[in-house]
Write a protein that binds this ligand. Structure first.
Ligand SMILES: [Zn+2]
Length: 106
C-alpha cells in the first residue's frame, strides 16, 4: 500500500546521462570533418555503446533524451537520411558526387 517502491536505488541518473551525451557530441564534433553523415553516424555509434553500459530498464529513457536533445539517429534513420540525399542527387553521405571523400563519385 505504499508508492515508495517506485523509487528504487537504481533510478535513472539523467544528469549523468546528459553529461555523457554532451561529451559524445563534443568528441564527435571534433572528428567528423564537418560531414553531417559522419557526425550522425558517429553519434549513433557512441550513444549506442554508452547505452549498452546502462542497466536495461534505463535504456529507453536514455535513448529518448539522446534523440530529443543530442541528435541521436538510429541506423534505420540514417539509412532514411541517405535515401533523401540520393533523392536530391547527392551521394549517400549528403555530398556532391564529385566531392565525396569516401569515393562515391568513383
Ligand atoms: Zn559519399
Amino acid at each position: 500500500m505504499t508508492h515508495a517502491a517506485t523509487f528504487t536505488a537504481s533510478a535513472f541518473d539523467s544528469s549523468a546521462w546528459h553529461a555523457t551525451c554532451r561529451n559524445i557530441l563534443k568528441t564527435v564534433g571534433q572528428c567528423s570533418g564537418g560531414i553531417e553523415h559522419t557526425y550522425l553516424s558517429n553519434i549513433g555509434f557512441n550513444v549506442e555503446r554508452a547505452v549498452a553500459d546502462l542497466p536495461e530498464d534505463h535504456r529507453t529513457a536514455a535513448l529518448a533524451i539522446a534523440k530529443n536533445e543530442y541528435q541521436y539517429h538510429t541506423a534505420d534513420e540514417i539509412k532514411e537520411w541517405e535515401k533523401q540525399s540520393l533523392a536530391q542527387g547527392l551521394c549517400k553521405h549528403g555530398l556532391g558526387m564529385d566531392h565525396c571523400p569516401f569515393g562515391c563519385g568513383g
